[in-house]
Design a protein. Structure first.
Length: 113
């Protein structure tokens, strides 16, 4: 297996997940794939449920990596409800994208550059 320098393997998996989350998502999610126009027509509770289901696996992976590396920072402590206004703004600015693109962009704000 190839060694990628000093980057721990779980970090590489997270980076791959972030790339997938921020690109056009073709696979179906549990609560559906929503274009940005569809997202903007959804009601608040449905948006919060979708954002939670999308972000939970990414958040758990990040927490696992932070724990494995002894990192004290908890970048994923913000509730999924904070993601909804972010995704709303993203979708308003990018109507050709998917809600998943906005959720991926939101998650990137949590983990930093």
């Amino acid at each position: 297996m190839r060694n990628f320098g000093r980057t721990p393997r779980p970090v590489l998996w997270l980076l791959c997940g972030l790339e997938l989350a921020s690109s056009q998502v073709n696979a179906g999610s549990l609560l559906g794939d929503h274009s940005c126009p569809q997202w903007l027509r959804m009601q608040g509770p449905a948006k919060k449920a979708w954002a939670s289901s999308f972000l939970a696996p990414l958040s758990l992976t990040l927490k696992s990596i932070q724990g494995a590396q002894g990192t004290a920072a908890n970048a994923s402590s913000r509730p999924a409800g904070d993601a909804v206004p972010y995704i709303d703004g993203y979708c308003a600015a990018h109507p050709e994208k998917l809600a998943a693109d906005g959720a991926g962009a939101y998650f990137k704000t949590l983990v930093g550059p």
